[in-house]
Design a binder for this molecule. Structure first.
Ligand code: NAP
Ligand code: ZN
Ligand code: ZN
Length: 346
């Protein structure tokens, strides 16, 4: 199936127009026209090989929404014309305990990533959502609530679920005091979901200019992390800290902000290890955890929750030819708060 896309041909290179053939549709597949694809910081990390070697050519994009064109003969859960979403993985082993319990992202064999990985045939490189067409097995696609702004939904497929899942796992609710580190694509959705769950939410940001936006999105407090006195004032204040920072930081000063038994969840993946001061952990029985996206069932639950609460990403919709500039602006924390590619412009 002839497909137009944007690809990086080599590590760190600018993305350029690229054409390839998507696999022919199987009976269990859905063929859809991509409407929007979000730009996640993970796309940039992988194009630039900040997490180790990547596969090239690379068509990034794992925040994908579109409209169904055709469904295979074994598919009854989707119909032509439906709004569809695809996130960070397109398949998994389907038999391990995690796959069987809806935690496909933690598959024992490793999930099949939407791009920069091998399809399960072991021969084909997976190509992502910066493209005009997509073919997906129906079990790895989700339904998009029709009332939500379509471009604003795309980032929910990675950024949204990646914050929703730990909020649920660590029982965010009415009495929880939460801090979100970094007001970028992930962070601003964490703020919105945590507020909708009733939590008290503080944003910890290195960009003083984002305070007004954070408060408009519901933040109860905003702390500029470059000011050391703010840290001292917030010692032992939070039950849960969600760390979405994409760059290297000193994690220890943030651990000090956790209350007794509090947890700091690592979500951002800068690519280099943190140096953890164990004293910060044991002095208040604190935990350091991690969380990766969410399974298909929970992604659907997150979208339905977003539908009920009217949650979408703040987006800057861009044409395909702006993608390289958008990468630079994302790395400079100059994104308000997600770039989304209009796939018609590919
Ligand atoms: P993003 O939009 O670029 O946001 C990252 C934010 O981190 C920035 O907006 C900025 O917020 C803060 N930041 C950046 N550089 C900083 C620095 N030098 N010091 C302190 N703060 C800094 O990125 P994203 O798409 O939200 O992704 C964030 C991270 O999560 C990436 O590493 C990405 O790969 C990872 N990720 C993980 C998962 C998962 O499943 N765990 C899923 C998706 C993405 P302020 O301006 O407010 O400080
Ligand atoms: Zn992502
Ligand atoms: Zn599995």
């Amino acid at each position: 199936m002839n497909t137009r896309a944007l690809a990086a041909m080599k590590p760190g290179e600018a993305l350029t127009p690229f054409a390839f053939d998507r696999r022919a549709m199987k009976n269990t597949d859905i063929d859809f026209t991509v409407s929007y694809a979000g730009i996640c910081h993970s796309d940039i990390h992988q194009v630039r090989e900040e997490w180790g070697p990547s596969l090239f050519p690379m068509v990034p994009g794992h925040e994908i929404v579109g409209i169904v064109d055709r469904v295979g003969s074994d598919v009854s859960s989707f119909s032509p014309g439906d709004k569809i979403g695809v996130g960070v993985f397109v398949d998994s082993c389907r038999t391990c305990p995690q796959c069987l319990s809806g935690l496909e992202q933690y598959c024992d064999e490793g999930m099949t990533p939407t791009y920069n990985g091998m399809e399960r045939d072991g021969k084909t490189i997976s190509f992502g959502g910066y493209s005009n067409r997509f073919v997906i097995d129906h079990k790895y696609a989700v339904h998009v609530p029709s009332e939500l702004d379509f471009a604003g939904v795309a980032p929910l497929l990675c950024a949204g679920i990646t914050l929703y899942s730990p909020l649920r796992h660590w029982n965010a609710g009415k009495k929880t005091k939460i801090a979100v580190m970094g007001l970028g694509g992930l962070g601003h959705l964490g703020l919105k979901f945590a507020k909708a769950m009733g939590a008290e939410v503080t944003v910890l940001s290195h960009s003083a200019s984002k305070e007004k936006d954070a408060r408009a999105m519901g933040a109860d407090d905003f702390i500029v992390t470059s000011d050391p006195t703010s840290f001292l004032k917030s010692r032992k204040r939070f039950d849960l800290i969600l760390n979405t920072v994409s760059a290297e930081i000193d994690i220890n000063q943030y651990l000090e902000l956790l209350s007794l038994n509090g947890t700091l969840v690592c979500i951002g993946l800068p690519g280099k290890p943190y140096a953890v001061n164990v004293g910060s952990l044991l002095s208040a029985r604190r935990s350091l955890g991690g969380s990766m996206i969410g399974g298909i069932k929970e992604t659907q639950e997150m979208l339905d929750f977003a539908g009920v609460h009217g949650i979408v990403s703040e987006v800057e919709v861009i044409d395909a030819n702006y993608v390289n500039a958008a990468y630079e602006r994302t790395v400079a924390s100059d994104v308000r708060y997600r770039f989304v590619i209009d796939a018609k412009t590919l």
